[in-house]
Design a protein around this ligand. Structure first.
Ligand SMILES: Cc1cc2nc3c(=O)[nH]c(=O)nc-3n(C[C@H](O)[C@H](O)[C@H](O)COP(=O)(O)OP(=O)(O)OC[C@H]3O[C@@H](n4cnc5c(N)ncnc54)[C@H](O)[C@@H]3O)c2cc1C
Length: 406
């Protein structure tokens, strides 16, 4: 058995774990990351692409912003195609100058991985059998296997950044956690291609055939999604079938401009809203997807992970630089307030923009629900106040500060 010691043990080298590790390292706080899969596998996951300003500032604070600032695209607005009408949500004008940055999760992760390896910080990729011990004691520890050896990692705090399927959340006793969940009756089939995107800004499409999103990663790389059945398998969707279906869901001008090509990646993601409360137990803190999932419609998943990281890194800075251990008790309440806003927004956008064929709610037939949502979308898109509400949430609500401990 090999023994390791650190101040903060981080489980998971996704964007949450890597960003937290980097911010802590900048403050001289020791940390070790334990990851289940290889770094190549982590980079192979194609996920988010829209970053709120708060996230961008955090990446700058972490000092890994060079490529993001050079290659990221500032988006001052996005479009909604619904009922044969294209409406622009002018983020900049509606929010007093705010915008979002289009820069892929893969790229952020790659930048964070490079910064971590340059600084010589330890990350144990391809570790297995990870378990959390003595979470409520003053010195908790992790046990795991890595490169054929058994390890124990003793620490002050554990950051559970291990995503929805990780072990951190389920290490909180069942009677002490409450889980809220809604699984949507459809999924998103996503396709990534090295083709010029149809538009400079994202287009969200609500159509009779179902939802579609025309997104992008750069001037030469497109990311498109179409709503699909939960029964669909990705093998059933040839690239040609995907492009044909997408074309029918885009506004005519965009459909005319669509450039097709071979997919680099194609996958189906189920849509889910999920929150675990509290996000803290003893010296364990849940961060990002380990504690909450949103449907990707509002582009909030990665951004909520970032606001958790912002809160937790500030807490650890206060603990180690000012000796204020009491402030750790503030984490769950602060993180959850913002999480619930993101959850509500993502649920609302999903309800308004998708086609519902099956039961959505015990009280409403799908067709009735759709009529309500049609009217809701119509109201918001035809009102300046409505568009402002949408824009404010899309660019992201401000991060909450810690209170001074009494
Ligand atoms: C298909 C898909 C599409 C998405 N699209 C968008 C989008 O368009 N916009 C948006 O904002 N968000 C999107 N999201 C959400 C966004 O990608 C996540 O919110 C983000 O990845 C959260 O980062 P994380 O680090 O918290 O979790 P993850 O990225 O899930 O990272 C968790 C890490 O922990 C590791 N791990 C798990 N278990 C263990 C263990 N036992 N031991 C050690 N390590 C472990 C995993 O291997 C993984 O590397 C999408 C998510 C998915 C799944």
């Amino acid at each position: 058995m090999k023994k390791l010691t650190t101040q903060v043990a981080i489980i998971g080298a996704g964007p949450s774990g890597l960003l937290l590790g980097q911010l802590l390292a900048r403050q001289g706080i020791e940390n070790i990351i334990i990851e289940r899969v290889s770094s190549e596998y982590v980079l192979g996951r194609i996920r988010a692409g829209i970053l709120e300003q708060g996230f961008v500032e955090l990446v700058r604070r972490a000092g890994v912003n060079k490529r993001m600032d050079r290659e990221g695209e500032v988006h001052d607005g996005f479009l909604i195609w619904a009922n044969d009408k294209l409406t622009r949500i002018d983020l900049k004008n509606l929010t007093g100058g705010k915008s979002v940055l289009c820069y892929g999760q893969t790229e952020i992760t790659r930048d964070l991985m490079e910064a971590r390896s340059e600084s010589g910080l330890l990350t144990c990729y391809e570790s297995s059998e990870l378990e959390l011990h003595d979470i409520t004691a003053s010195k908790p520890y992790l046990s795991f296997e890595h490169a054929g050896e058994k390890y124990e990692l003793l620490c002050d705090y554990i950051a559970g950044c291990d995503g929805f399927h990780g072990v951190s959340r389920t290490s909180i006793p069942e009677n002490l956690r409450k889980e809220h969940e809604r699984v949507y009756p459809f999924g998103w089939l996503g396709l990534l291609a090295d083709t010029p995107p149809v538009n400079e800004e994202l287009i969200y499409c609500k159509t009779q055939r179902g939802f579609a999103l025309a997104s992008r990663r750069s001037a030469t790389r497109s990311r498109y999604y179409i709503q699909c059945s939960l029964e669909d398998r990705v093998e059933q969707w040839s690239d040609t079938a995907f492009w044909e279906e997408l074309k029918q869901r885009l506004p005519p001008d965009a459909a005319d401009k669509l450039v097709t090509g071979p997919s680099i990646e194609k996958s189906i993601a189920p849509l889910r809203s999920f929150v675990c409360e509290p996000m803290q137990y003893g010296n364990l803190f849940l961060v990002g997807d380990a504690a909450h999932i949103v449907p990707p419609t509002g582009a909030k998943g990665l951004n909520l992970a970032a606001s958790d990281v912002a809160t937790l890194s500030t807490i650890f800075e206060r603990v180690y630089n000012e000796g204020d251990k009491q402030c750790t008790g503030q984490y769950s309440a602060i993180a959850l307030r913002r999480v619930w806003h993101g959850e509500r927004f993502s649920w609302w956008m999903s309800n308004m923009l998708h086609r519902f064929d099956t039961a959505v709610d015990n009280a409403l037939a799908p067709q009735t629900f759709e009529r309500f949502m049609h009217s809701e979308l119509d109201f918001y898109l035809n009102s300046d106040a409505g568009k402002r509400v949408m824009a404010q949430q899309y660019v992201g609500l401000p991060y909450e500060s810690l209170r001074v401990s009494s």
